[in-house]
Design a protein around this ligand. Sequence first.
Ligand code: MG
Length: 465
Amino acid sequence: MNNTKPNIVLINCDDLGYGDLGCYGSTVNSTPHLDAMAKEGVRFTDFYMVSSVCSASRAGMLTGCYPPRVGIDWVLFPGDSCGLNPSEITIARLLKDAGYRTKLVGKWHCGDQPEFLPTNHGFDEYFGIPYSNDMGMQAKKDGSCNANPPLPLLRGNTVVQEQPDQAAITERYVDECLQFMDDPGDQPFFLYLAHLYVHTPLFIAEQFMAGSRNGTYGGAVAAIDWATGAIMDALRKRGLDENTLVIFTSDNGGTRRGCNAPLRGNKGTCWEGGQRVPCIMRWPGKIEPGRETSGIAASIDLYSTLARIGGAEIPVDRAVDGVDISGVILRGDESPRDTFIYHAFNHLQAVRKGPWKLRVCHRSFGEDSLETDLKELYNLDDDVGETTNVYEQHPDVVAELSAIVDAARRDLGDKATGTVGAGLRTPGHVEDPKPLTTYDENHPYIVAMYDMFDRSGPEPTFRRS
Ligand code: MG
């Protein structure tokens, strides 16, 4: 093993909320391995994803840029003509160029056409479902099936299974991770594990349901926790523990089935609950155990930080929005990030500086309504739940944050005000996109239950048709 460069394991969950882990206050989900990880590492209280929806969040994190800059500020669908431009330089590409072996296991969601897949974005290997697990064939309550193409499971760029058993996917993902760690070469590795949990529909293996006090959701969280424990155990047994940085986070806030307490709002909104997520980092001997850090940090900062830690060169021919927070992680320094911009659907919705958050626009996932010219100011130090608007009381703060909003609009654009940004790059585009799979009436598919997101009532009985 090359001792000058550590291995890096980045674990990203799908829709896991700020309050869904024991170490973030959950009393209904059991997360012993993640709680132990927090005790052994550093826990962030103010860590943000750059979007409250999947594709934009992932495109931003992997490129170190706010989503509008790379042109992915929405959710991509099967057979979409759009994807992360192959000219973008992902963190996987940077680390690969710096001598790392790289693998993505799990959800990609930055475009499913061949030119956009992980193997064209710096990952040596890929195994996973390339987009959301509700984008396959799903039975509706009336017994009919939706029109999505069968959910693909890819190895590299090849579909190896259609409509895989989702209850078994997490164990298969972990198995892939462990095999990847076992490569006998002397290169360090970058492993990105992107879970399908806790995105609905939720299919849970029996062993994770057994101890759940929170239905299928608790079972999904238990599976994520088990996977983390299994990876930690594998690192220890392989003697890699002290030379591996492990990062755990989530791509956006929880849905209404999850918990974002004490934050307001949920996935698809620019309230804190939509974008502030759990983040824990562990690296024995390098990160002081049991530390908590409350400075502002963001997923885009992982780009510059991992490049620094992995000895990679950050590109100088393009704008990068992330900053290097390795000092925060390794030395407990004050965070170099003091501002954060909240976007959704190319609308610039809010800005945070220090404790202050100015909201100027509101449009959330699934809502047609658009509110512009908002005049809302919150002090997140005193009021993390964004309950009390203090806009009128602090005209000087409003003026300072409004200037940041104006500058961000000029750079990144803003659909709400019709501002075209000067610093935008174009997303990838193909002329004749095709879904990765097509329905075959003779194939014995496993059909998923209809997505129960945002529906009230008792949990459905999960029965395969
Ligand atoms: Mg998500």
